[in-house]
Design a protein around this ligand. Structure first.
Ligand SMILES: Nc1nc2c(c(=O)[nH]1)N[C@H]1C(S)=C(S)[C@@H](COP(=O)(O)OP(=O)(O)OC[C@H]3O[C@@H](n4cnc5c(=O)[nH]c(N)nc54)[C@H](O)[C@@H]3O)O[C@H]1N2
Ligand SMILES: Nc1nc2c(c(=O)[nH]1)N[C@H]1C(S)=C(S)[C@@H](COP(=O)(O)OP(=O)(O)OC[C@H]3O[C@@H](n4cnc5c(=O)[nH]c(N)nc54)[C@H](O)[C@@H]3O)O[C@H]1N2
Ligand code: SF4
Ligand SMILES: [Mo]
Length: 696
């Protein structure tokens, strides 16, 4: 009989609950957890490829110190003590000379983020950043501007919805299993799906209504939807009266934005806009206008995300089944959350952040996450002060921050670059030291507090022993901390001890996770009382259409619509990008299974545009921007708007040790300019114009 280990997938950071069958110390099979409703055995292709990652000889097999110039691929395999001493010595010198603030740690937020934050506080640095701004910083700010709560606290009840409207939320390719399966159930029960994208994605093919919108014009569409919903009295008047501040100003503001006006801007027929508004008005409150997962598209993203959330509020769907809900923590179920290292008494850090978040210069992005894409400029300009050291933990700044050439130039200026990784990612290959972690199947991780309608806690339990000479991130940071004389902030000697310490106040033990991988705080769904019990954290305690957060910082709640710029030349296009079901961002392209299924990306280009430029399907093309250029095959298709071209993100790796992905396809980050929504915090990843020409 195989042993069954319940754990959490980590082929991407969605962290779906899994069951791992282990025979004679080897992983035989991975499937979605049968014990979690709406997962019930399902797994995405990347999750299934976890076995190939486990067996991959091209993973980093032990600690490495660079022995040639940066990026030369010359390494010395060392013992852990030597690698940790090396990093600690360098940090010590840099901290003595330039202060703790000269050290930055950037990561994809993960279960050990509380350890990373503790490490930085202990050394006196304010410079923690997560991937958040690069993924959805403006969604976060939009949520705080309306509800006083973050997007991390908000979710959608897809399963019970009657109408679901997705703005480029390509849920059938950019996968999170649970909400995707919940959407399937809603569709089986007769819900209607509207999908809006300049490109026909897999999700478009499953929608009842698909709008090939002109890129960047979703805000115009939403102003027109609001116009119709308010003019035709399709909104929930009682809810708005009770809970909304600033409705009158919105009503006045959207008056000029008619569906006919929006048709000219977006390319979507005025009558169809009216039709959606009426259908939603009929089905409310069981309507979800999805606020988006990645919201890092345009430099005015904050207002698009606010407009989507406002449409939901007009539907009166907040805390209603089939609408939007806020996640409930253990406290609301009478329980206690797991302890975090950051709950300890830690040194206060009284310094500006490198990205100036929280200062009048950049007041609104969430300081808990920072704005990662400001790093290259901060290093190069030494503004606000010199930076010396970067620890990149499960995050690749060379491929995940736009404008790779600029980022590399900035890294060149640092004294120390450390990568905590599992692969020869581009950042690992460019680092001075690589500190490898065991992969998710080989390690126990910190507790996952899963807040939801029913709060739960999950545990990533070790399925098999580590194959290589690796160490968990939480142990790595502890070991470096200890060498800097800060051991007291890391009160554990093993991951087991850390998890037990975290669980202590909750009353649950590690043993209780063995059978299913999770424990529940409540058997009932917890909704707030919509009459009197909605707990918004805005100054007014209401949903602020007119936002005190924005207006006190000097920004408008409803800025006038600015028409979108069109490409000027026949060979010029807006570059847009996204994900595919077979790969995770920048980290799976070298996976033996997934690489076999898809080893490079192609450039989608509209068929009429392709014909005019002499580009045939499958032909090699050059794509160039002011930032960089690359060569790849074309996909000539009627299924994309003529103003844009499209790439799958994450290809074009430059790390030669990862032989399967080395220089296959083109990296979007190489082409993109590093520009930011200065209100919300996201980068405008779709603001770059490129030129395309046929080759050969
Ligand atoms: N140009 C451009 N930039 C983008 C995006 C884009 O579309 N285009 N998308 C943005 C979005 S939405 C996001 S969420 C971010 C994601 O940005 P990243 O977090 O940088 O991307 P990932 O591919 O998730 O993972 C990065 C690294 O994690 C490593 N890794 C994987 N598993 C483990 C592990 O168990 N331990 C450790 N230590 N390392 C591990 C991988 O090898 C890889 O080097 O990028 C953002 N940046
Ligand atoms: N397989 C897989 N699944 C993933 C991930 C992964 O890497 N791989 N990553 C996870 C993460 S971290 C994230 S953030 C999510 C991202 O999930 P999504 O937010 O669904 O994002 P993307 O895949 O980036 O898709 C962006 C879509 O927006 C479209 N688009 C571009 N410009 C516009 C526009 O102006 N208007 C509209 N309406 N659409 C536009 C693009 O054509 C593309 O189809 O996916 C998650 N799930
Ligand atoms: S979406 Fe796929 S890769 Fe991501 S955690 Fe879930 S199963 Fe794993
Ligand atoms: Mo993301």
């Amino acid at each position: 009989m195989p042993e069954e280990i319940y754990s959490l997938c980590f082929m991407c950071t969605v962290r779906c609950p899994i069951k791992v069958s282990v025979e004679k110390g080897r992983v035989a099979f991975i499937e979605g957890s049968p014990h979690v409703p709406d997962i019930a055995g399902s797994l995405c292709p990347k999750g299934a490829a976890g076995k190939a990652l486990l067996g991959d000889q091209e993973r980093v097999q032990g600690p490495m110190i660079r022995s040639g110039p940066r990026g030369s691929g010359k390494w010395r395999r060392v013992k852990w003590d030597e690698a940790l001493d090396y990093v600690a010595d360098k940090l010590k010198k840099n901290i003595e000379k330039h202060g703790g603030r000269s050290v930055v740690l950037g990561e994809r937020a993960n279960l050990a983020s509380h350890v990373s934050k503790t490490f930085l506080k202990a050394i006196g640095s304010p410079n923690y950043f997560s991937h958040d701004a690069l993924c959805k910083g403006s969604v976060n700010t939009a949520c705080r501007s309306l509800f006083g709560l973050t997007d991390g606290q908000l979710n959608t009840d897809n399963k019970n919805a009657r109408q679901i409207i997705l703005y480029g939320r390509n849920i059938y390719e950019s996968i999170a299993l649970k909400p995707m399966n919940q959407l399937n159930k809603a569709l089986e029960n007769g819900a209607r799906l509207t999908y809006i994208d300049p490109r026909v994605s897999v999700t478009a093919s499953k929608a009842h209504r698909f709008w090939m919108i002109r890129p960047k014009t979703d805000l115009a569409l939403n102003y027109a939807l609001m116009h119709v919903i308010i003019k035709e009295n399709l909104y929930d008047e009682d809810f708005v009266q009770r809970w909304v501040q600033g409705f009158d100003r919105l009503q006045e503001f959207v008056q000029p934005y008619t569906p006919e006006w929006a048709e000219a801007e977006t390319g979507i027929m005025a009558d169809e806009i009216r039709e959606l508004a009426r259908e939603a008005g009929k089905d409310r409150p069981r309507v979800v206008f999805h606020h988006g997962y990645r919201g890092a598209h345009y430099t005015n993203e904050i207002h698009l995300r606010r407009s989507i959330l406002i449409l939901n509020c007009l539907m009166g769907n907040i805390e209603a089944p089939g609408g939007l809900f806020f996640k409930k923590g253990p406290g609301e179920a009478g329980g206690k959350p797991a302890r975090k290292l950051t709950d300890q008494e830690l040194p206060g850090v009284d310094e500006f952040r490198f990205d100036k978040v929280g200062t009048p210069d950049f007041p609104l992005p969430d300081p808990n996450h920072g704005v990662g894409q400001m790093l290259p400029a901060a290093i190069l300009e030494e503004d606000p002060y010199p930076l010396t050291s970067l620890i990149a933990y499960r995050f690749d700044p060379l491929m995940s921050i736009p404008d790779t050439t600029l980022t590399r130039k900035a890294l060149d200026k640092l004294d120390l670059v450390v990568a905590i990784d599992i692969n020869y990612s581009d950042i690992a290959a460019y680092a001075d030291v690589i500190l490898p972690e065991p992969i998710y199947l080989e390690r126990l991780d910190c507790v996952q507090q899963a807040n939801s309608l029913k709060p739960q806690m999950f545990l990533r339990q070790q399925a098999v022993k580590p194959r290589f000479d690796t160490m968990s991130g939480a142990m790595i940071l502890k070991e470096i901390g200890k060498r800097l004389g800060l051991g007291q902030y890391f009160p554990y000697e093993s991951m087991e001890e850390l998890v037990d310490w975290q669980l202590e106040p909750t009353g649950f033990t590690r043993e209780e996770f063995k059978n299913k991988g999770f424990v529940s705080y409540s058997s009932q769904q917890i909704f707030w009382d919509r009459e009197d019990g909605l707990k918004f954290k805005t100054p007014s305690g209401k949903i602020e259409f007119v936002s005190s957060l924005l207006e006190e910082a000097g920004y408008e709640s409803f800025p006038e619509y600015t028409p979108v710029e069109t490409p000027e030349e026949a060979d010029e296009f807006r570059l847009i990008e996204g994900r595919c079901a077979l790969h995770t961002h920048v980290s799976t392209q070298n996976n033996p299974y997934l690489n076999e299924l898809m080893s490079e990306n192609v450039l989608w280009i509209n068929d009429q545009k392709g014909a005019a430029l002499g580009i045939s399907d499958g032909q090699l093309v050059e794509v160039a921007s002011d930032q960089g250029s690359g060569r790849l095959k074309s996909k000539v298709t009627p299924f994309i708007h003529p103003e844009c071209v499209f790439l799958i993100h994450g290809f074009g790796h430059q790390a030669q040790q990862a032989t399967r992905s080395f220089q296959k396809g083109v990296s979007d980050a190489l082409l993109q300019q590093n520009v930011t929504d200065r209100v919300g915090g996201s980068p405008g990843l779709h603001e770059t114009f490129v030129r395309v020409k046929p080759l050969g």
